[in-house]
Write a protein that binds this ligand. Structure first.
Ligand code: GLO
Ligand code: MG
Length: 346
């Protein structure tokens, strides 16, 4: 029997969030980074994801030397805790320079800011000893389509990717597509778009993707199919598991919270493709419900991991032989019921 995959898990400091939403303020007090790192370690997670400014706060005002010093201090802290840095992502959606998008802004000065910031992010990734840079292209889109030229935007995105690839020949870029929010329509809405734009860059093999369950669902797609598709290209380098109850605001619910069967199929897809065998992590991009009390603050993370482990057991004990017989007989009604009863524990 093939050796079973041991999965490694991570989350980001933003996943211990304070409950703010567009309609109201925080409901939990802000905690320090050190406290979050301690919790991650206590919960038995293996790595942490970073935005560039999670790693080096107030990054824009700092010199290259300062950046290096602070990132190296953080690396030491992570080493002492026995925690790896999974990736670093440039936070390109907060600054006044990225109001109209980053790489696709209509203002050349703002586009330059986005590129400079991305190169600094790549340097931080180097100091933290990860070769993975994640690009969530948050504001690369429009609120109204006439505001930007879509054809030009593709060119600008490719130019930006090329500059990043040239800056450090060791890094790999994982594009994290999301179809909407904060924009009405984003330019790289799905995994198909992410892998297609990779082909236009100067080093396509270093441009892959990151699938987030909720983002696939928001695009009306099945995250398990997205996993199979990306892995057919060998390009699924990171993963944000969570859940989403239909076409609403980005909910980042605990994994399996809205649709256990969709979650089960994601785990099956990971298993059949051998996700993790090249060191990839399972990350939970989940948030506590706004109602969560301080004493229950980490439950969404432990619950997501528990659900993942239970679904892994379900995937591994699924009666493939009977399923294959039902498939051969085209008895999908029985197959459907078999899946339901397997998930219900019968
Ligand atoms: C938002 C995204 C966001 C990214 C993170 C890493 O919808 O999922 O959480 O994953 O900023 O780039
Ligand atoms: Mg995400």
């Amino acid at each position: 029997m093939a050796k079973q995959q041991q999965y490694k898990f991570c989350f980001g400091p933003w996943n211990i969030s304070e409950g703010q939403d567009p309609y109201g303020p925080t409901t939990r007090p802000v905690q320090t980074f050190d406290w979050k790192l301690e919790q991650l370690k206590k919960l038995g997670f293996d790595a942490m994801m970073f935005h560039d400014d999670d790693a080096v706060p107030d990054i824009d005002g700092k010199s290259a030397a300062q950046l290096r010093k602070e990132a190296k201090e953080l690396k030491q802290k992570l080493d002492d805790a026995g925690v790896a840095a999974e990736m670093v992502a440039p936070r390109l959606w907060f600054s006044p320079n990225t109001i109209d998008g980053a790489y696709t802004s209509n203002d050349p000065k703002c586009r330059q800011y986005a590129i400079d910031r991305s190169l600094r992010c790549i340097d931080i990734a180097g100091y933290l000893d990860t070769d993975l840079v994640v690009l969530w292209l948050a504001r690369e889109g429009t609120y109204m389509r006439e505001a930007k030229n879509g054809q030009r935007s593709v060119e600008l995105l490719v130019q930006a990717l090329d500059k990043m690839l040239a800056h450090n020949r060791k890094i790999r870029i994982s594009i994290e597509p999301k179809p909407n929010e904060p924009m009405d329509h984003a330019y790289i809405p799905t995994i198909g778009h992410a892998l297609a734009i990779a082909q236009l860059t100067c080093d396509a093999k270093r441009v892959g993707c990151l699938i987030e369950s909720a983002h696939a669902i928001l695009a009306g797609l099945d995250p398990a199919d997205e996993i199979d598709f990306a892995m057919a290209f060998g390009k699924l380098w990171s993963l944000h598991l969570n859940d989403q109850n239909g076409l609403k605001f980005d909910q980042d619910k605990p994994f399996g919270s809205a649709n256990l069967r969709v979650a089960f199929n994601q785990v099956r897809a990971l298993e059949r493709n051998g996700y993790g065998k090249d060191g990839q992590y399972v990350c939970f991009d989940v948030h506590p419900f706004r109602t969560t009390k301080v004493e229950h603050w980490l439950a969404h993370l432990t619950n997501s991991k528990r659900t993942f482990m239970q679904l892994l057991r379900k995937a591994r004990t699924f009666d493939e032989k009977t399923a294959n017989q039902l498939i051969a007989d085209r008895d999908y009604a029985a197959l459907d019921q078999m899946v339901i009863e397997h998930l219900m524990g019968k």
